[in-house]
Design a binder for this molecule. Structure first.
Ligand code: B12
Length: 153
């Protein structure tokens, strides 16, 4: 199975750092390669990284409670970039201040282009959620590679 390369960052308003450290370690334990962007991540940080690294996944983590609006704005800025047009996006963390993610916020994130949306709460199993995301990305990569092999025969 191929090992995904993942760009990990947060949103412009968020200065929390340990969530990014945690995700970096957990994803590397799952066999991924990672690039962690600075806190208060700007869209330009993601674009600069994507231009040089061809990621399989952009993972946005935010815990300050303003994640929904910030992540939607971020995706709006990134989705038009050719380097990221075919790349999957994930968002997770403490996305709201209420502790849960209302359906309309879930729909906004889905519409913005996030394939994986994980609201953290006391019942969350972050390692299991990350494993599921990584397996899904690796499966898609393998499918794409196999179809290239078939079509080049
Ligand atoms: C340390 C801390 C700070 C430090 C940050 C220092 C630093 N450089 O990192 C300081 C003091 C600067 C800070 C500031 C603020 N903070 Co603060 N902070 C915390 C605190 C105590 C711990 C965060 C932490 O490090 N956790 C350890 C990491 C490993 O865990 P985590 O962040 O929860 O991430 C886990 C999950 O969320 C999940 N996860 C995260 N992302 C993703 C993504 C995916 C895809 C998946 C699957 C999972 C996942 O994985 C991790 C492991 O399970 C939390 C309270 C708490 N106990 O969580 C508040 C907390 C996050 N802060 C909060 C707030 C409100 C603020 C401030 C707005 C306060 C203020 N009024 O100024 C500012 C915001 C600053 C900003 N611009 O972002 C709130 C957020 C409210 C919310 N979301 O409902 C919290 C929850 C406190 C609270 N209960 O109110 N904070």
């Amino acid at each position: 199975m191929s090992t995904p390369h993942i760009i990990v960052g947060t949103v412009a308003s968020d200065s929390h750092m340990w969530n990014l450290v945690y995700l970096d370690l957990a994803l590397r334990e799952l066999g991924c390669t990672t690039q962690v962007l600075p806190v208060c991540t700007q869209a330009s940080h993601y674009l600069d990284a994507a231009r040089t690294q061809a990621p399989d996944l952009v993972l946005v983590s935010t815990v300050n409670g303003h994640g929904v609006s910030d992540a939607v704005r971020l995706a709006d800025n990134l989705r038009t970039a050719p380097e990221l047009a075919a790349v999957a996006f994930a968002v997770g963390g403490k996305l709201t201040t209420s502790g849960h993610l209302p359906d309309d916020d879930l729909a906004r994130l889905d519409d913005a282009g996030y394939t994986f949306i994980e609201q953290a709460d006391e019942t969350s199993d972050t390692p299991a959620e990350l494993r599921r995301i990584v397996q899904e990305i690796a499966r898609k990569n393998d499918e794409r590679e196999n179809s290239h092999v078939r079509s080049s025969r």
